[in-house]
Design a protein around this ligand. Structure first.
Ligand SMILES: [Zn+2]
Length: 252
């Protein structure tokens, strides 16, 4: 096989991926244009619990300050109405001004040196391991023909992950690892949209609420993290929503 650049390898599975640092910069530029400042916005992050996700979160926090975390295993948003209400109660207050929230969420996936998705070598480990381990474990259960849909109090987040994913897949479907991860990005986007809609309708705020939401897949490589946006939009409780338009991926 002819040599492929890192960008070509990543975009072999995630055609819209950009370097994660580029995504963070583009997002900051776009949000600044829309009046979001670190001093007047709350960052809300929904990623898997894997430590691989947190350099990306740290870059976001470098710009926006400490984040409220809404993610669980696999990056799924299982925090529910109580959790999102807590998050939406924590934005900086400025009398007469909108409350602003920047939400970044999605699943993650490793890519090894050969461009294979779902596995990677972690620093200080001798063998490759899987990422996302929870999503790949769920896929193993599909392949094995047995998924326990009960709620296991000893494994609560994995129980919720199974229930959410099984209910969203066509019967008998076993997506490949990339398809599964992109599918989870869509579920996370839907679940966040539902929570935000509920929060907006559950209370009549005296202030306007403005939310910038970016969902997508975080891809880890030995040459750094990449991010493929699934959907990015701006939403206001007073004036509706529109696409954030973060631009097309460049040649790199
Ligand atoms: Zn994970």
């Amino acid at each position: 096989m002819p040599h492929r650049t890192l960008a070509e390898q990543v975009r072999g599975g995630f055609p819209g991926a950009v370097r994660a640092t580029d995504l963070v910069d583009r997002l900051a530029d776009r949000c600044t244009e829309l009046g979001f400042l670190a001093s007047s916005s709350l960052l809300i992050v929904g990623v898997c619990r894997d430590e691989l996700c947190f350099p990306f979160v740290a870059r976001l926090e470098d710009t926006w300050g400490p984040a409220f975390h809404v993610g669980s295993l696999g990056g799924l948003v299982t925090i529910g109405r109580t959790g999102i209400s807590a998050a939406f109660g924590h934005a900086p207050e400025d009398p007469g001004a909108p409350r602003r929230y920047l939400v970044v969420a999605g699943p993650h996936m490793g890519m090894d040196e050969t461009g294979e998705f779902g596995t990677l070598r972690r620093e200080h480990q001798a063998a490759d391991s899987r990422a996302c381990g929870a999503l790949m474990a769920f896929r193993d259960e599909l392949l094995g023909g047995h998924v326990d849909l009960g709620y296991d109090p000893n494994d609560p987040e994995m129980s919720l992950l199974r229930q959410r994913l099984v209910s969203s897949l066509a019967y008998g479907t076993i997506p490949d690892p990339v398809q599964l991860t992109r599918h989870v990005a869509q579920l996370i986007d839907e679940d966040l949209a539902e929570l935000i809609r509920w929060r907006a309708s559950a209370r009549r705020d005296t202030h306007e609420v403005r939310v910038a939401v970016v969902t997508g897949v975080l891809v880890h490589t030995s040459g750094g993290d990449w991010f493929e946006p699934h959907r990015s939009r701006f939403w206001s409780s007073r004036s509706g929503d529109f696409d954030l338009d973060l631009g097309d991926p460049g040649p790199d």
